[in-house]
Design a protein around this ligand. Structure first.
Ligand SMILES: Cc1cc2nc3c(=O)[nH]c(=O)nc-3n(C[C@H](O)[C@H](O)[C@H](O)COP(=O)(O)OP(=O)(O)OC[C@H]3O[C@@H](n4cnc5c(N)ncnc54)[C@H](O)[C@@H]3O)c2cc1C
Length: 321
C-alpha cells in the first residue's frame, strides 16, 4: 500500500497533496500497489470527500486532539495506519509540518527516510530518488534499500493530479498514549497578515535587493501583493540583509513556487533564484538594468526604476478595479 498523508487548510486540500497523488500514482504501478489517502483533523469530512475524488480509498482520522498541527499525535495516527495497511511507501509533503512528522514516522516504522525529494522512481525492488544537498549545490541520487520507505516530497515540482474514479472514505478512531499530547498549542498570530500562502498562491510578487531597503520592500511589494491577492516572495540577498524572513525566500535554498504569474521587482535573476520559480506560467520583471538575467526568463519586462514603475502599475491596476 502507498499512503498519501494529506495536508489541508481552510477546509480544502493543499495543492501539495495533489502533487503527492501524482507521485503515488507513478509509484503504484512499479510497486504493484494500491493508494490510500490519510486525512487528519478535527472536522475534516469535506477534505476527505475532496481527496476521495483522486484516490480509491481515504482513511479519515477525526479527533479534537488533531485540530492543531502537532507532530506527536499526527505521528501516532500515521504510524498506526501504515502498520495496519502494511504500507510500502509513505508520502508526505516537505512542508514545515511534513518535515516535522516524517522523521518521527520513519523512526517508529524503522524505515529509511528520503527527505525533500525532487524526483522518484522504482528501480527493481528499490526506491530511487533525487534530492538537493550541500546547500542545494549538489543534486544527489539516494536509494532506499529496505521497505517501507518514508518520503517527503518538495512542493511545486510535480504536476497536480487530475481527479480519477471516485473512491471511498472510511473513519479511523485514533487512540492516544501519554507521550502524544505533551505539547499544547496556545495563542496564534498570523505572520503575513492573512495573506495567501506562498506555495499555494496563483500570483506571487517577489522583491529583490533593487528595492533598496526593508522599508522600500514593505512600501512597494506588500501593497502591490495585497492589490493582486498575491503571496510575497524574497530573494536570498534580501533575507540575508535581514529585510525579510526566510519563510519568504524562493530559490534553491528556499521555497519552490509555481504560480500563474510571478512578478519580480528589483530581482537580478541569479540561477539559484530561478531554480525556485522557473515553473511559473508567466514571469514579469521590473529591473533598471536591461541586461539583468531575469529578462532572459521573463515573458514581460519593464526596464525602469521600481520606485517609479510600481506606483504607476498600482494606479493602472486601481483603474481596472
Ligand atoms: C548555494 C547558494 C544558494 C543560493 N540560494 C538562493 C535562493 O534560494 N534564493 C535566492 O534568491 N538566491 C539564492 N542565492 C543567492 C543568489 O546567487 C543571488 O545572490 C541572489 O538571488 C541575488 O538577489 P537579488 O536579485 O535580490 O540581488 P542582486 O543580485 O543584488 O540584484 C538586484 C537587482 O536589482 C536591480 N535594481 C537595483 N536597483 C533597482 C531599482 N531602483 N529599480 C529596479 N531594479 C533595480 C539591479 O539591476 C539588480 O539586477 C544562493 C547562492 C548560493 C551560492
Amino acid at each position: 500500500m502507498i499512503v498519501v498523508v494529506a495536508e489541508h487548510a481552510g477546509g480544502k486540500l493543499r495543492k501539495s497533496t495533489l502533487e503527492l497523488v501524482t507521485v503515488a500514482r507513478r509509484l503504484a504501478s512499479g510497486l504493484k500497489s494500491e493508494i490510500t489517502g490519510l486525512v487528519m483533523g478535527s472536522d475534516v469530512s469535506p477534505v476527505a470527500d475532496e481527496l476521495a475524488r483522486f484516490v480509491p480509498k481515504v482513511v479519515v482520522a477525526q479527533d479534537p486532539e488533531l485540530a492543531e498541527m502537532r507532530a506527536e499525535p499526527l505521528t501516532t495516527v500515521i504510524t498506526g495506519l501504515c502498520k495496519q495497511v502494511e504500507a510500502r511507501a509513505v508520502l508526505v509533503a516537505a512542508s514545515r509540518s511534513g518535515l516535522s512528522y516524517s522523521p518521527r514516522v520513519a523512526l517508529r516504522l524503522d524505515a529509511p527516510l528520503l527527505e525533500d525529494v525532487t524526483s522518484v522512481e522504482v528501480e527493481g525492488d528499490q526506491l530511487v530518488a533525487t534530492r538537493f544537498s550541500y546547500l542545494s549545490r549538489v543534486t544527489e541520487t539516494v536509494r532506499a534499500l529496505t521497505w517501507p520507505v518514508v518520503m517527503s516530497v518538495k512542493p511545486n515540482l510535480f504536476p497536480v493530479a487530475q481527479a480519477g474514479t471516485p473512491g471511498l472514505a472510511e473513519q479511523m478512531r485514533p487512540s492516544w498514549g501519554e507521550s502524544d499530547l505533551r505539547v499544547q498549542v496556545g495563542e496564534k498570530q498570523t505572520g503575513q497578515g492573512g495573506r495567501v500562502a506562498l506555495e499555494e498562491a496563483d500570483v506571487v510578487v517577489a522583491g529583490g535587493r533593487g528595492l533598496g531597503s526593508a522599508e522600500g520592500f514593505a512600501a512597494l511589494v506588500e501593497p502591490l501583493a495585497d492589490q493582486l491577492s498575491a503571496g510575497v516572495a524574497s530573494t536570498r540577498a534580501v533575507v540575508d540583509a535581514g529585510w525579510r524572513t526566510y519563510a519568504e525566500q524562493v530559490g534553491q535554498t528556499g521555497k519552490t513556487v509555481a504560480p500563474k504569474l510571478y512578478l519580480a521587482l528589483g530581482v537580478s535573476g541569479a540561477v539559484q533564484h530561478l531554480s525556485g520559480m522557473n515553473r511559473s506560467t508567466i514571469v514579469a520583471a521590473i529591473n533598471k538594468d536591461a541586461d539583468a538575467p531575469i529578462f532572459k526568463v521573463a515573458d514581460y519586462g519593464i526596464v525602469g526604476d521600481v520606485h517609479a514603475v510600481v506606483p504607476a502599475l498600482r494606479a493602472a491596476l486601481k483603474e481596472l478595479e
